[in-house]
Design a protein around this ligand. Structure first.
Ligand SMILES: Cc1ncc(COP(=O)(O)O)c(C=O)c1O
Length: 349
């Protein structure tokens, strides 16, 4: 479990069980953001002092998911980073997606219907069996936002590769609590404002170089240049050779904030966070007489009275697909679990 000295890096309100919506930043992130906002207010420094945070965050994310840092591109949102990937899918392709997939990893393919891109949906649990010789792309969330279901990553990427299909994985609900090896994933995207606890406006895409070669960098601007200081004006096109060619000009402060958040994750250690988050989630399920699910995201069907009791007890959750969704992260404690179980069942753990 995560020790109290590590948990002191954060300052959550008791009962915040909603990291699936957004993660809480460590104190260091908030302090850093206050500093840059002060700098911005008076023009105390050049933007060039904020910009290096982008590469620092890129390296920290690359280490977290076990890919080379120069295969990681940055942007503001998952759907935005997926747009050029989806545009690279050939006309008439068949894209396989879980039916309950969060739409940022679905709409980017559906908008290509006019050129014959066909999207086929199946339940997340059936995805592996549905991959066959007709599949050109398999796109799925590693952890489903609506249910907390954890996809069998290695099996899915292996099956996709065996049938010559591209794998596109949305790690937004996974990276930060689930140890991930993305080295076999063709494209792995991740919004950083949830389990990575960064400000909204920072997102990553790790693209395998063989796949990158097929993708047109449709959002390229000066920041995608090989040397962005030499890319302000005029032709020729001079994009970065690495995945930076897919970079979208950074929202500076989001990236300045992302670095201390990712550093706090690194300090806590992904294995320890995984153990901690899953232990809390499983303890919550045990309190409701349910078997462990080994996911940091838990959903339960509860009646309106229980929902009201949860809110009255100060437990912050979300309702998704008709169920209450609770998420357990590094800053949560057994006391949060106890409060939630008591509110739902009327009896303490
Ligand atoms: C699985 C998943 N992906 C992506 C996002 C956010 O997508 P975007 O960055 O396109 O807003 C969410 C937000 O809830 C999500 O749950």
């Amino acid at each position: 479990m995560i020790g109290t000295s590590v948990q002191q890096l954060w300052e959550p309100r008791p009962g915040w069980l909603n990291t699936t919506s957004y993660g809480l930043p460590p104190r260091a992130t908030v302090e850093t953001l206050k500093t840059v906002i002060d700098q911005w207010q008076t023009g105390a420094c050049s933007w060039e002092e904020w910009e290096p945070a982008v590469n620092q965050a890129r390296v920290l994310f690359a280490n977290l998911v076990n890919v080379p840092y120069d295969t990681v591109a940055i942007g503001a949102a998952v759907s935005q980073l997926l747009a050029p990937v989806a545009a690279s899918i050939p006309d008439g392709s068949r894209v396989l997606v879980p039916v309950e997939e969060f739409t940022s990893n679905l709409f980017p393919y559906l908008v290509h219907a006019d050129r014959g891109v066909e999207v086929v949906t199946v339940p997340a649990e059936s995805l592996l069996d549905a991959i066959d010789g007709r599949t050109d792309v398999v796109a799925f969330s590693l952890v489903q936002s609506a249910s907390g279901y954890v996809a069998p990553l290695a099996k899915l990427t292996t099956a996709a590769r065996a049938f010559g299909a591209m794998s596109i994985v949305d790690a937004s609900q996974a990276a930060g609590w689930l140890p991930i090896d993305a080295s076999d994933v063709d494209v792995l995207v991740c919004a950083a404002y949830k389990w990575l606890m960064a400000p909204r406006g920072a997102a990553f895409a790790a693209v395998r170089p063989e796949i990158a070669a097929r993708i047109r960098p449709l959002a390229a601007g000066w920041y995608a240049g090989e040397d962005f200081h030499e890319s302000y004006y005029g032709p020729p096109l001079r994009l970065a050779a690495s995945a930076r060619q897919f970079d979208i000009s950074p929202a500076w402060f989001c990236w300045v904030g992302a670095v201390p958040s990712l550093q706090a994750l690194e300090t806590a250690g992904i294995e320890a966070i995984h153990e901690h988050d899953v232990a809390l989630a499983n303890a919550f399920r045990t309190g409701l007489d349910q078997p462990p699910s080994n996911s940091a995201v838990v959903t339960v069907a509860v009646d309106d009275n229980a929902t009201r009791r949860l809110a009255a007890a100060g437990v912050v959750t979300a309702v998704r697909a008709g169920r209450v969704r609770l998420s357990f992260h590094v800053y949560n404690t057994m006391s949060d679990v106890d409060t939630a179980v008591t509110a739902i069942t009327g009896r303490p753990l």
